[in-house]
Write a protein that binds this ligand. Sequence first.
Ligand code: SF4
Length: 170
Amino acid sequence: MEIKEPSKEEIDAKYNEILRQAKRGGYFLNPDTEFAKDLVKGLIINGERYGFEACPCRLVMGEKELNLDIVCPCYYRDDDVSEYGACYCGLYVDEETSKGEKPVTAIPERRDLKSRGKTAGASGMPTAAGSLQYPVYRCNVCGYLCARNSPPEKCPVCGADQKRFDLFMR
Ligand code: SF4
């Protein structure tokens, strides 16, 4: 299935909706709006691709039921924001980070992928190679994953250079 690229208007509308919800709930978004909108774009694409807005920094494994923990905002957001100042993707941050008083640092993955792999069976494996709209790149320094045509110039989480990214899945 071909997934169309969301328009700027769609991304802005979704971003504003997330921002409103965040403010209502006492949450803060990454002050780098361009970066945050890139993640929002990933959410929209995942919504089209899977039928649910899966985390744009993680790989979807099988059916929705196996991925409820990573429907944004994921189960891990609050713990990561309070412990590391940002969620795994860096979309949600704590107040200090939102004011630019603290940088976003590398955030370890809390998701238990090993046990998921064991219990999920064939349908629980990561999305089959070749079915992704964009290749997935992985930052070798902090493990950040992103689905896009080429790796970012700098890792948005740990700041590592583009050279530190490897192709993770195509
Ligand atoms: S890590 Fe952040 S962007 Fe990803 S699902 Fe969790 S809250 Fe959403």
